[in-house]
Design a protein around this ligand. Structure first.
Ligand code: ADP
Length: 193
């Protein structure tokens, strides 16, 4: 069975960075819903046009659109994909439940839900420096950052409970060095291989 690993956490917690490092280390596919939305916006597709205002304000894009991009990604998979890292999805309980249904169609299931922990002060510091480096519009304004934090906090409890109950939960302290964190996550991924 394929390994399906979820990286969840506040903006700036490093889940995207770890997803890149670990997908390279294991030759897994990295699916970042945020990156896919940003690409659609850049390409000015219908989906991009529908998503842009939500992203600009730091709100969640409606579930139908998010599930649409996700099923498109899953349809592209082939036999040789032995693992997937989902970065930024699922983001709330509805998405988690829809995700389980979607995966079960291909007799798959979530392997581990990695929950990245980072305090608000660190989130704000990190996003301020990312705004300078990557010029991401949603990192530029404190209001938008706060909105994203509110979105995150409104769903983390239900997601935690859901995956703890399913026996798939792992906490990740997001303040350590990039290398230490990837090694810790690797130790858990290794158990699946
Ligand atoms: P971050 O974790 O730093 O906020 P992402 O790149 O994961 O960044 O997401 C950027 C934006 O894309 C989110 O604020 C949201 O508007 C949208 N988005 C990404 N993933 C989802 C999702 N699973 N459901 C709804 N909206 C999403």
């Amino acid at each position: 069975m394929r390994g399906n690993f979820i990286f969840f956490g506040p903006p700036g917690s490093g889940k995207g960075t770890q997803a890149i490092i670990l997908s390279e280390r294991y030759n897994f596919k990295h699916i970042s819903t945020g990156d896919i939305f940003r690409q659609h916006i850049k390409d000015n597709t219908d989906l991009g046009k529908s998503a842009i205002n939500y992203i600009k304000e730091g709100n969640l894009v409606p579930c139908e659109l998010t599930l649409e991009i996700l099923s498109t990604e899953l349809d592209k998979l082939n036999e040789s994909d032995k693992g997937l890292i989902f970065d930024g999805f699922p983001r709330n309980l509805n998405q988690a439940i829809s995700f389980d249904k979607l995966l079960s169609k291909s007799k798959e299931e979530v392997s581990i839900f990695f929950d990245f922990f980072l305090s608000d002060n660190h989130v704000i510091d990190r996003l301020n420096s990312r705004a300078i480096k990557e010029s991401r519009a949603d990192d530029m304004s404190l209001d938008v950052i706060n909105n994203r934090l509110i979105e995150y906090k409104s769903s983390r409890k239900e997601l935690r409970e859901y995956y703890i109950k399913a026996g798939k939960y792992k906490k990740v302290e997001a303040l350590g060095s990039i290398n230490d964190i990837s090694n810790l996550i690797s130790a858990d991924i290794d158990k699946f291989l």
